[in-house]
Design a protein around this ligand. Sequence first.
Ligand code: AMP
Ligand code: ZN
Length: 471
Amino acid sequence: MRLYNTLTRSVEEFAPSHGGTVRMYACGLTVYARGHIGNFRTFVCLDVLRRTLRHVAGHGMRQVVNFTDVDDKTIAGARAAGVPLREYTDRYIDAFREDAVTLGLEAVEESPRATDGENLQAMADMIAALEARGHTYRSDGSVYFRIGTLPGYGKLARLDHDGMRPGARVDSDEYAKEDARDFVLWKATTPGEPSWDLGVGPGRPGWHIECSAMALRLLDGPPIDIHAGGVDLVFPHHENEIAQAEGATGQPFARFWVHVEHLLLDRDVKMSKSLGNVFTVQDILERGHRASALRFVLLSTHYRKQLRFTWTSLAQAEEALQRLMACLARVESVSRGEPHDAIAERVESARQAFAARMADDLNVPGALGAVFELVRDVNAAIDAGELGAGDAALVQDAFEAFDRVLGVIDLRRAEEAAPPVEVGEIDRLIAARREARRRRDFATADRIRDELDERGIQLEDTSDGTRWRRK
Ligand code: AMP
Ligand code: ZN
């Protein structure tokens, strides 16, 4: 398996450092809003990385994807909504989990929240270790990292040590720093903000310390095998994570750094919550698109290239998926006929091409090329009456293997099995209709029936009550 490493700016051979298990950390969502499809481009691409490491390279996985549930934005959001921080962030964590299932993301081994007690303690302990090793100073009750104490600072982002490139996300804190390049580890809180006292003074963690501490606590590092996130995190977030982890332990933090390029909107604008130009997964579904088509779009461009999101690209993904599903349906209907050697060879070479391309720094476009060439050849073989029952089984096995990595066929099947309106909502509407009829409000009762009918659910009144079925 070969993987591009941002640290060395080159594609390198990758294998886990010990045992057969990859220890991987990916920066998760800051939960002050529902994640948008730009966030999910990163999460879908990292899901494809995870599946490739498992099913192509044959490794086990121990993967952490965190929730950043305390920072300036989550605190401001909770205050504006007038609810406690934990209750506020719970909503967006639930929404993330729902969207992750909708997009077919495999469950990861750990999804910690920064404000869980053990994690906060790990952050405070790491800050104490940094203090003991002389990397910090205090000012106005906050603790800062003094980057002048770490000669390697800037090695990931390739900063020269004296200059500082303006980053996408420089801390917005307004606390006193000795040097503009220094960053806060533990923030003195203002009244009304959540605050913890765990040995480094009352306050709350800075964003960067959250990830370093959770990664090392949950992955038995250092070094961990892979640290990942979107490309905007290279600087300052990941650079600062390295400074903290390496400053505290004296060991390299992560062997490989993997960064997913951005999803852009038309006219090349980055989709971002702070710019307000976002679509959520739910927005896309409400416009009548399938999550499987969205997943297809999000994974089909190479992860190190920017992805320009358009409605046309979504329609094209839908078409490609339909072609795949139609071919599979044809293959499934083949129940007899002699095997043909040419098919077995064709399937084997497609499987090899798919695996080799995925193992080559996740060349998804190349791997999809192998899939769709096989679709074309299988369709031609069926047309010519040259696909026997045994061949059909081989083709089905191959598509299953592809889909363990791509995860789109399974998702489409699950969508097809599920009713277009949630069962709970159907039950509620049937009860409301029954109640309307009891009041002899037949206009309302008919409206409910017609609306469900338009949404693909047909009602049938029987002597045992009302039944429903998908049209
Ligand atoms: P955030 O909630 O801002 O901390 O971001 C969660 C993840 O989404 C991080 O890995 C970001 O790098 C990533 N991300 C944010 N915006 C985009 C975008 N437009 N395209 C791809 N990934 C993004
Ligand atoms: Zn992080």
